[in-house]
Design a protein around this ligand. Sequence first.
Ligand SMILES: Cc1cc2nc3c(=O)[nH]c(=O)nc-3n(C[C@H](O)[C@H](O)[C@H](O)COP(=O)(O)O)c2cc1C
Length: 361
Amino acid sequence: MKFENPFLLGSGPPGTNGKVIAKSYDLGWGGMVCKTFSTDADKVINTTPRYAKLRGRASEEVIGFQNIELISDRPYADWLDDLRQLKKSYPTKILVASIMEEYRKESWQRIAREVQETGVDAFEMNLSCPHGLPERKMGMAMGENPDIVEEVVGWVKEVARIPVWAKMTPNVGNPTVPAGAAVKAGADGISMINTILSVCGIDMKTLRPMPTVEGHSVPGGYSGQAVRPIALRQVMEVARANPGLPISGMGGIETGFDAAQFFLLGASTVQVCTGAMLRGYEIISELTEELSKFMVDHKFASISEFIGKSLPYFTTHHDLVDRQRAARELKESARAKVAAGRDVETWKGDIARETTDLVTN
Ligand SMILES: Cc1cc2nc3c(=O)[nH]c(=O)nc-3n(C[C@H](O)[C@H](O)[C@H](O)COP(=O)(O)O)c2cc1C
């Protein structure tokens, strides 16, 4: 896939229909992963409210965002029309279809066959939504189980004629295990991370958890700035375990400098969801400017020059201790040499003085 720039909008509210996707292309995004859809929208019933925000203590800035939003509730046929039309109007922009189905081979293969006919560039298999859908054994219920990941990715790969990315959940101990299962089944790339299971907070007046729907709530998916360190760690681990694997990195990217860190840890494209929800589609111009500035400052002519550049500097804790000890020893021996050198200089000075005394006397 050839991207005008490496910034895609991540699956979610920024890509809910053809109209807003077209707007994002007009503003300069290199690609879009549309909101996840399935063949059966009737089962999708959203609540209001479905978002909660965590703000900084000293400012009103939103640092974390929680949602209990489900996949798209738009009819499947509408999605097929929108995707077809978008590819006709924007042939050079990358359009990735985010798809999700129940644990049935026929359903996954049907959606893959029909959606690729629209001309989309790739699939992103949503194996990672952490709320609502797992109750139907979808999303994260699949993505946290490596055997199921391998089986379901294998089903889609049997029929797909376009690249298939598997979108992984961060809600696992070792992200390289399910990602490895997707790669084993033939996934062409990994998207990560989806949201982190969370309870955003309790309303201190009502004592009810948020977001509060009729006095009640469910744990939701956490995103935004606060999740970036977790996303970076997981991308790093998967990149180290799978050299050369295309990774579309996301989780808390709001600036071009944030994006650069994902590239340095092995991602080859990045996605932005919450950042665009909070600050608007227009941030694309800032993102590209900041990434360009980073590249100029470091004299990088292309992104491929720095993909994974920081990966070699991760090691074990044991190795850190050894390196620190070796560095300390080196410093001490240098200091000893300098001290010895100073002794020699003093001695030379003494001799010179004594010689002068002898001559003058
Ligand atoms: C309101 C909301 C809805 C989302 N819906 C989807 C979805 O339908 N499919 C999906 O794969 N990810 C979905 N996500 C997850 C994002 O695509 C992304 O993986 C995650 O939010 C981390 O990136 P961010 O911090 O840039 O938002 C959603 C996120 C939010 C905030």
